[in-house]
Design a protein around this ligand. Structure first.
Ligand SMILES: [Zn+2]
Ligand SMILES: [Zn+2]
Length: 516
């Protein structure tokens, strides 16, 4: 059984409405690890829905969290905002409503592309609208008990005058510098490092925030959360999940949600991804280079607890191939091979929106990578693809849309992540050459052969081998000669296939020029 079904069945045992939660603090580019959290939750939600469960998928953006420090991707001038809620800090590019929106909006757009449509909550609005009023009062009334729980479970000593509430100073607007000295419902008197002294009324919205270890369990109760996965960093003994369980049970009188711990995704060659260190690949970049169904497949095909490595180099091409193969098996066009588990469910969960009724038209992704580099735009590509019989003349609108979408991903990948070995450019003019006698002899033979053949990959391939054999020239040299003449480099895509995509007259003319 697919892992999403296993988790959904577990939830179904409790016959009630299920709220599946996921969330993030948008304090930087949102990376692919977070994508794993939300797609894991989405998969369980979809399975539960299919089984007739009463459920809701929610996403909480903690945009009321204070900026912790000036991250490497921020200008130095942001020093003055450290400690302020990220929803109240200006956006770095000037185009968004706030710092939080700067990162959040692009992530929410990515979610749409990938077919995840949760109900979105924003912590800054929840706090400002007073939704946390009751939770804050309960926390304040139980200050000593909460302190005890956190100290005992996390083995962390809290300051003498610690309270479960971070006051937002009226004057400097920072949430990290105020020290409380007297609480008498509903007011807390405080003194801030900026020199300001005053009081807050905890019944009023936006005057402060529950610290993370309390905010999380308070939210579980408030939103009725019954399932929420978390990364292994939060799942340690004494970690936020651990203290959260105690706080939600003992203070908020609510059962801790079900969960699954998910593993990190490593970027090949770069190690674990941490947005705070700036070593991360953002989910947006990831989605720009990976077709959405393939990105979903990457996560659906693996248990959430499995370590994954995302390879933005040639590995991406293999991943797309693997997806396409599963698709062929799903539609009965190819035999299932070993290692394909829960294929039907995996394929269905990989679809951003609608599950296709018949197999979408497939063009090998590697071919696409070649064709994209031969043409300026889709219309030119389409002409090549039709002329070479790689796509039918009557390609459906839908299939054409799919292909065009993949072209976009391929272009982005080539521009930003592809290794040099797959990149090339057909030179508009013949490059400067210094051909040897044997290269010349090969060319003359080759030109004669190809001028007589039907312009197809296999015929060209055979012509290369035959000419090379007849002239007793190493095959390596002949390939090198071809690439030099057309691309001005020593390597290139598979020659027969590659040349067949170019116009025959162009190729003949170019080779004739070269022999001169
Ligand atoms: Zn911005
Ligand atoms: Zn202050």
């Amino acid at each position: 059984m697919h892992w999403a079904d296993v988790l959904a069945d577990e939830l179904l045992k409790e016959n009630k409405k299920h709220v599946l939660a996921t969330g993030i603090t948008p304090s930087g580019p949102i990376h692919i690890g977070n994508m794993r959290e939300i797609l894991t939750t989405d998969a369980v939600y979809r399975s539960l829905n299919n089984k007739g469960g009463n459920c809701e998928l929610i996403y909480v953006a903690d945009d009321f969290d204070p900026l912790r420090k000036v991250y490497p991707y921020l200008p130095k001038s942001y020093e003055k905002y450290v400690g302020m809620p990220i929803s109240d800090i200006p956006c770095p590019c000037g185009k968004h409503k706030s710092y939080a929106d700067h990162y959040l909006i692009s992530f929410l757009n990515s979610l749409k592309k990938i077919g995840v449509t949760p109900h979105i909550y924003r912590a800054n609005e929840m706090y400002k609208d007073g939704m946390f009023k009751e939770a804050i009062q309960i926390a304040m009334d139980n200050t000593e008990k909460i302190k005890e729980i956190i100290q005992k479970i996390s083995k962390r000593e809290l300051p003498k005058h610690w309270i479960p509430f971070n006051i937002r100073c009226k004057k400097c607007k920072k949430m990290t510098n105020a020290k409380a000295f007297l609480y008498e419902y509903p007011t807390i008197e405080y003194k801030c490092d900026c020199g300001y002294e005053g009081e807050v009324d905890i019944r009023k919205g936006g005057v402060g925030k529950l610290p993370w270890r309390i905010d999380w369990p308070a939210r579980w109760k408030m939103l009725g959360v019954t399932f929420e996965p978390f990364g292994k960093d939060l799942g340690t003994v004494g970690g936020a999940r651990d203290t959260g369980e105690h706080i939600v049970k003992e203070i908020y009188k609510y059962p801790p949600p079900n969960y699954i711990v998910y593993e990190f995704i490593l970027l090949k060659g770069k190690g674990a991804m941490h947005s705070s260190k700036g070593t991360a690949l953002s989910s947006e970049q990831m989605l720009n280079m990976t077709p959405p169904e393939v990105l979903r497949f990457f996560l659906m095909d693996n248990q959430p607890g499995k370590h994954l490595v995302f390879d933005s180099g040639l590995g991406l091409l293999n991943l797309v191939d693997e997806y396409d193969k599963q698709e062929r098996v799903y539609f009965g066009k190819e035999e299932q091979t070993k290692g394909m588990k829960d294929l039907k469910k995996t394929y269905e969960l990989s679809q951003p929106y609608i599950i296709p009724k018949k197999i979408p038209f497939q063009l090998p992704y590697r071919h696409l990578v070649t064709i994209v580099q031969l043409a300026e735009n889709w219309n030119e590509m389409k002409k090549i693809l039709i002329r070479t019989n790689q796509i039918p003349k009557d390609l459906t609108k839908e299939d054409e849309m799919n292909l065009k979408q993949r072209v976009e991903h391929t272009r982005y990948w080539l521009d930003n992540f592809a290794p040099d070995m797959v990149k090339f450019e057909v030179k508009k003019k013949i490059p400067k050459l210094n051909l040897s006698n044997e290269q010349n002899k090969f060319l003359l033979n080759f030109i004669e052969k190809i001028s007589k053949i039907d312009w197809e990959a296999e015929n060209i391939h055979n012509a290369i081998y035959n000419a090379s054999e007849q002239e007793k020239i190493p095959i390596k040299t002949t390939f090198k000669t071809i690439y030099q003449i057309i691309l001005g480099q020593e390597k290139g895509p598979r020659a027969g296939f590659f040349l067949s995509n170019l116009d025959k007259e162009f190729v003949l003319k170019r080779f004739k020029e070269a022999v001169k």
